[in-house]
Design a protein around this ligand. Structure first.
Ligand code: ZN
Length: 135
């Protein structure tokens, strides 16, 4: 049976899809990768927390050179989602400095990256502008 699997394990394909971070129980630092100990306080207890799906662009880079097969240009960004920094590409936006602005409001969006021979889709995520800026 065809289905969908997230490309990264911190993407949860609920309705709506969202990201889940590992939060240090001791100090509240949040990580998307698995850690044995917190980088801030060396705490070893973590709990999963849902990350808000809307945020603000804190930093971005317009990438014009990438590995073969990766469409360019694209916009790599860091988005502040309610205090949690999330790395993701900006999508559904013209990849140029006139359209991408620091502080712009974006929201999480998901899209199929690839499908295997049984039709199972790998789902990736990115951030798109809250207000349509497409021309
Ligand atoms: Zn900690």
């Amino acid at each position: 049976m065809a289905g969908q699997v997230p490309l990264v394990d911190y993407l949860v394909l609920d309705d709506p899809p969202h990201l889940v971070a590992n939060e240090c129980v001791a100090c509240g630092a949040r990580y998307f990768d698995r850690r044995n100990a917190c980088a801030s306080c060396e705490g070893t207890e973590f709990r999963p927390v849902s990350v808000p799906t809307e945020g603000e662009v804190r930093a971005f880079t317009i990438v014009t050179f990438a590995a073969p097969g990766v469409p360019v240009p694209f916009v790599a960004s860091v988005v502040d989602c309610g205090g949690t920094s999330v790395r993701g590409n900006l999508v559904n936006i013209e990849p140029d400095p006139e359209h991408v602005r620091l502080g712009m409001k974006v929201r999480l969006t998901t899209f199929p990256i690839a499908a295997d021979s049984e039709g199972t889709e790998a789902i990736g995520f990115g951030f798109e502008p809250l207000e349509a800026t497409r021309v």
